[in-house]
Design a protein around this ligand. Structure first.
Ligand code: HEC
Ligand code: HEC
Length: 340
């Protein structure tokens, strides 16, 4: 009786995983080299989530795989495009069957540094975040159970899965592989980085340097919110960009009216590629954004006191924009390591 049960168990586990002609490949853990310049902090990676070349290879494959959506039409890469700084150009993202989503797609660049995810910070791990888009009926409208079943006989995926995690594709493998790939999306080679971290004094023009001084000045205060290596320390604040809010931001989870209109400070890296701007994509250009800050915001009751009228001259506005454009990292945008 006992051996019969064992036989049935073995047989079941055999049919739910890929039918390899030979034994599945063994797990290999080749460390991923982050290659960051001096001064750029190493991303905080939990000790049980080591980023290996094998995990990144599988994660990248899954990131660009449309079979992760119910009708196999969209992948993570459909809303997070490398050429658009891992964001997209729609004001509000568009998902399966052209369903309009809920927010503007944020960049995934430097997401390894974020302490929480989504625009109001309502999710606290890169791993659990993965279930959001897969299950959202306006995004991929599917399930990890469906994905596991659909990919169970895909020899390429199953080989990568065994190499990366020593087992067939399952929930654990899907979320860990995607996060491993996302943690490698580090942009640190813009003109600004070459000036600041790589010691190239000529990397920024005089106008860009003036814009940088303005940006970090106590008069403009941009650096108080958009500070540090990633141009954000991820505070959740109201930046005065709107007079009223359909999307209540942080208040959606706290139900506290003093949190209405508070959103996670976004990075400004590669900002010229990620238009339109803000959580709802209603600002079309950097000029519009600067003009709103120049006016001192709309004065919503929850607006941060750091947002004040600036009285910028035309020269100052164009210097500021020149500086923001120096944050584009073309090496990163064109790096085939991150491409489909
Ligand atoms: C239909 C478009 C769409 C698809 C497909 C999509 N995303 Fe997103 N993604 C978004 C939007 C919109 C947000 C912002 C959601 C929010 O703030 O509530 C987001 C947020 C994120 C965030 C959080 C970023 C931050 O700054 O907090 C991560 C990480 C992410 N997506 C990864 C993925 C992964 C991995 C996949 C594939 C499994 C994926 N996305 C598929 C549109 C999409
Ligand atoms: C009080 C904190 C704070 C200050 C000060 C601040 N910002 Fe922001 N910034 C934010 C927040 C929060 C958002 C996102 C708001 C949203 O999603 O609706 C944002 C959004 C932006 C965006 C659009 C980013 C995107 O991806 O959509 C740009 C560009 C920007 N800020 C530039 C600046 C500049 C330039 C300054 C100085 C003149 C500045 N910010 C000052 C908090 C701040």
């Amino acid at each position: 009786m006992k051996s019969k049960t064992l036989f049935i168990l073995c047989w079941c586990s055999f049919i739910i995983s890929c039918d390899f002609d030979e034994a599945p490949p063994t797990m290999t853990e080749t460390p991923y080299e982050f290659n960051l310049p001096a001064g750029v902090p190493f991303p905080p990676i939990p000790s049980d989530r080591a980023v290996t070349l094998e995990r990144v290879a599988l994660g990248k494959q899954l990131f660009y795989d449309k079979r992760l959506s119910r009708n196999e039409t969209i992948s993570c890469g459909s809303c997070h495009l490398q050429s658009e700084g891992f964001a997209d150009h729609h004001p509000i993202s568009i998902g399966i069957d052209n369903r309009i989503g809920f927010r503007n797609s944020p960049t995934l660049i430097n997401v390894a540094y974020h302490p929480y995810f989504f625009r109001e910070g309502g999710n606290n791990s890169l791993e659990s975040q993965v279930f959001g888009p897969i299950e959202d009926h306006r995004e991929m409208d599917f399930s990890t159970i469906g994905i596991i079943e659909r990919l169970k006989d895909d020899e390429n995926i199953q080989t990568l899965s065994h190499q990366a995690f020593g087992k067939s594709l399952d929930n654990f493998v899907i979320v860990r592989a995607l996060s491993a790939f996302e943690r490698t999306l580090i942009s640190a080679n813009s003109k600004y980085d070459r000036f600041k971290y790589w010691g190239e004094n000529e990397a920024l023009t005089i106008s860009e340097q003036r814009g940088m001084s303005l940006f970090f000045s106590t008069r403009l205060n941009c650096g108080s919110c958009h500070g540090g290596f990633d141009f954000s320390e991820y505070a959740i604040v109201n930046n005065g960009a709107f007079a009223s809010f359909d999307d209540h931001g942080l208040a959606r989870i706290t139900a506290d009216s003093s949190d209405i209109g508070k959103f996670k400070v976004p990075t400004l890296r590669n900002i010229e590629l990620t238009a339109p701007y803000m959580h709802n994509g209603t600002y079309n250009s950097l000029e519009e954004v600067i003009e709103r800050y120049n006016q001192g915001g709309f004065g919503h009751p929850n607006q941060s006191s750091l947002i004040q009228s600036l009285q910028l001259s035309e020269q100052e506005k164009s210097d500021l924009i020149a500086f923001l454009k120096s944050l584009t990292d073309w090496d990163f945008i064109n790096n085939s390591e991150f491409s489909e």
